[in-house]
Design a protein around this ligand. Structure first.
Ligand code: FAD
Length: 390
């Protein structure tokens, strides 16, 4: 694709996660013929809430991670697989790692967050993250080793009892068929501290049915090849728990993906403080969307739901900006929360229902299929899911 021969400066979206791809889709729906370019370093969109089902083999890669190239030709945008390293706001252009320069009329940055391995010494070498396809593959190998060898008797340790830690604990426990215990470690007073109370209660039930031990008010102090040391946050003495482990999964810290314009605006919470239009006041032609942002006056959580709603609003605001109309403020509409709680089990609060169990699992699956970025993919995946049923 010759980017110099476009009929006008394109609208460019960097990062094709939930925020970026929703922006692209909403822009296409209101298309005035301006070219739309999506740039992502990865070849695939990743539907992260379904990573648990990919880990368990309940879903396959093509269902959870469709290729951007296929989405681009179905939906009608230009896709560049590149890592963006620099944004030159004065020249309205960005530069990729292969030194390609891309001019923009408006720019959306939605580069998300990734696992932060810098928080405890040894994390880089000895822990698994759970936020991309490589993580899933590595953990799958670990599960296979545990299930095929009697050498693994020590627990699997998971740091972080937020949704990712809890959902992973339940799924892993089912996948290793209780062969090894799971230890869930968290600094807080309770698991799922920000979740809906019904979902938290159902998660507590799901944990109680499995070989999962919870260590609240504990933090990971150190990790080496064989042992993990964790400590109660209140204990001033030198007492700490030191255990041997079969595998260690770190879900307790995230940081934004690196990009100069993002790096220079991060605050102490490692987020970009944006105004109600998801902009930084200095840059009128740039919008920031998804997990990298927070807004003091209009608070919202970091979730796929938020990123998608921000994407839709940003598309509207870009059109308004181009027409000289007023921009709209972002206000999060909480539609509810769905948790995966082991194989074939889930809990839902919201979307007009409060439900847990196998039916909730089916509804969660269907709800996510409907949010797939392409209609033909939703249909194909729904078909494969229905035909796989006994
Ligand atoms: C295991 C797991 C389960 C989850 N479950 C849920 C759930 O059930 N419900 C929910 O609402 N949320 C869930 N989330 C959170 C949700 O996935 C995120 O909030 C959402 O993905 C944020 O979207 P985003 O667009 O900000 O970033 P992302 O989806 O992370 O996308 C960022 C994109 O930017 C690209 N990128 C990064 N840097 C560059 C660069 N320099 N150049 C080019 N491309 C770049 C990346 O490759 C990536 O594709 C879950 C997250 C995880 C990890």
């Amino acid at each position: 694709m010759d980017l110099n021969n476009l009929k006008s400066d394109p609208i460019v979206v960097v990062g094709g996660g939930f925020g970026g791809l929703s922006t692209v889709q909403a822009l296409l729906a209101r298309s005035d013929g301006t070219p739309i370019i999506l740039i992502d370093q990865s070849p695939r969109f990743l539907f992260k809430p379904l990573l648990y089902e990919l880990l368990s083999g309940e879903l396959e890669v093509w269902e959870v991670a469709p290729k951007f190239s296929a989405l681009a030709s179905e939906l009608g945008f230009i896709f560049l697989q590149e890592s963006v390293v620099e944004v030159d706001e004065l020249e309205s252009k960005l530069i990729t790692s292969s030194e390609t320069e891309v001019k923009y009329s408006q720019l959306v940055i939605s580069t998300g967050v990734k696992t932060d391995y810098s928080l405890v010494g040894g994390l880089n070498e000895y822990s698994y993250g759970f936020s991309n396809l490589n993580d899933v593959l590595s953990i799958k190998e670990l599960i296979t080793s545990i299930n095929n060898s009697s050498n693994y008797t020590n627990p699997l340790v998971i740091a972080g009892a937020g949704p990712t830690g809890v959902e992973l604990a339940c799924k892993l426990s089912d996948l290793v068929k209780n062969r090894v215990a799971i230890c869930l470690v968290d600094k807080g007073n309770r698991i799922l501290s920000k979740s809906k109370s019904f979902n938290r209660e159902k998660a507590i039930d799901a944990i109680a049915e499995r070989n999962i031990k919870i260590y609240l008010r504990h933090y990971i102090e150190s990790i080496d090849e064989n042992t993990i040391e964790f400590r109660n946050i209140e204990t001033e003495s030198n007492n700490s728990l030191k255990i041997n482990y079969s595998g260690f999964l770190w879900t307790a810290g995230l940081r934004p993906s690196r990009l100069n314009i993002v790096d220079s605006f991060l605050d102490e919470n490692k987020k970009i403080k944006v105004n109600q239009f998801l902009q930084i006041n200095e840059y009128q032609n740039i919008f920031f969307v998804g997990d990298i942002v927070f807004c003091e006056n209009y608070p919202f959580p970091s979730s796929a739901q938020v990123a998608m709603q921000q994407g839709y609003l940003t598309a509207q605001n870009i059109i308004s900006l181009r027409k000289g109309n007023k921009l709209k403020s972002f206000q999060f509409k909480d539609l509810g929360e769905m948790l995966s709680l082991g194989i074939g089990n889930a809990s839902i609060t919201g979307y007009g229902i409060t439900l847990a169990g196998p039916l909730a699992f089916e509804i969660r699956h269907l709800a996510y299929l409907m949010r797939m970025p392409s209609f033909s993919l939703s249909l194909k995946s729904a078909g494969s899911w229905l035909f796989s049923k006994k």
